[in-house]
Write a new protein. Structure first.
Length: 348
């Protein structure tokens, strides 16, 4: 068996990060059901919407947030894989405006193919991110699987008055994104050994960044809706927000923040396969798409930024929060929510 330093985890998985997600259209088929669930007035957010996590009313004005997320390696380093997968899992709690409480691990490991020492490094990466989020990694479950898989099941709390969902935007709201787009493209370039030296580590660093901003943004009444951008790309998650609120959106592509140097890789068509899988589900719903905007807006993100809608009269307050939290490069809205039109999203 190869030594730990020679092993590249991404070579042992057919997918990568949130790009492993099942295509939106296929997922709709899987979730289709005639089953009528018993009425539960305490379930505030469940399967009826395409939100980031479930929320259960536990009384005293508080909601319990429950979520899980896991995927196959998007980076070769085991410790970094554990950090990225964990930050991505915890993000769903922040996207609901909540505070994470604890996590348990989900580990699948090909025992006969990869050293168990690497699995230990994955868990250590998870412990590091959980500590950064201020929560314990309190246990978990593991299996022997054909490919390496890791993630967390995370519980959190939210004051229900501050709960943010992805289907509550209003006409006229401004649209913000809090991380640059393009990690799917960068990680694909790295897997194909064409990533430039000056770009190495950029995607991993961004994917490890916790979306703690969501907990503070939820305290602002002018923040109307929130979700995190993951495997369906910015375009897919924006479509979910629009359809959930029965609205459309206009996006100014020139204002969408992209990773520096992204154009080189898109010009070489160095993009994940799931980019085109995503677009096949969005094509009828979008106007104004071009070659470049298709490759970037449909790029599957792993622990991507928060997609946030804000009432115009709260613009100043929200942008002041962004500045105070170090998001100086993300204080310009990238678009606006509009009355429902023939197309769900217009790219300008």
């Amino acid at each position: 068996m190869k030594t730990d330093t020679e092993i590249k985890l991404t070579q042992f998985s057919h997918g990568a990060g949130c790009g492993c997600k099942i295509a939106p259209g296929v997922l709709d088929e899987i979730l289709k059901s005639n089953f009528i669930a018993p009425q539960n007035d305490k379930l505030i957010v469940g399967n009826s919407s395409k939100d980031d996590a479930a929320v259960y009313d536990i009384g005293n004005g508080q909601g319990l947030i429950s979520t899980t997320d896991f995927f196959m390696p998007i980076v070769d380093n085991a410790f970094d894989f554990g950090k990225i997968a964990s930050a991505n899992s915890i993000s769903d709690v922040y996207a609901m405006g909540g505070k994470p409480l604890m996590a348990v691990a989900i580990l699948g490991w090909p025992i006969k193919k990869l050293p168990v020492e690497l699995a230990q490094q994955v868990i250590e990466g998870a412990r590091t991110i959980c500590a950064e989020a201020g929560i314990p990694l309190a246990g978990g479950h593991s299996i022997d699987s054909p490919e390496p898989i890791f993630g967390l099941a995370v519980s959190g709390l939210v004051d229900l008055k501050n709960l943010k969902q992805n289907n509550t935007a209003k006409e006229g709201d401004l649209i913000y994104i809090t991380k640059k787009i393009g990690v799917g493209i960068f990680t694909t370039a790295e897997k194909r050994n064409v990533l430039k030296e000056e770009h190495k580590g950029i995607a991993a660093k961004q994917m490890m960044q916790l979306n703690k901003l969501g907990e503070k943004a939820a305290l602002l009444k002018g923040v109307t809706a929130m979700t995190d951008v993951t495997g369906f790309g910015l375009l897919g998650h924006l479509i979910e927000m629009c359809e959930g609120a029965d609205l459309s959106a206009e996006i100014h592509y020139s204002l969408v923040p992209l990773l520096d140097g992204l154009g080189f890789y898109t010009s070489q068509m160095c993009v994940p396969d799931s980019t085109f899988r995503n677009w096949s589900g969005y094509d009828p719903k979008v106007s104004g798409i071009t070659g470049d905007s298709l490759l970037t807006l449909c790029d599957p993100q792993t622990n991507g930024g928060l997609l946030i809608t804000v009432e115009p009269n709260s613009k100043k307050e929200f942008e002041e929060l962004l500045i105070s939290e170090g998001y100086i490069n993300f204080i310009k809205p990238i678009g606006v929510m509009k009355v429902k039109a023939e197309k769900v999203v217009a790219i300008l």
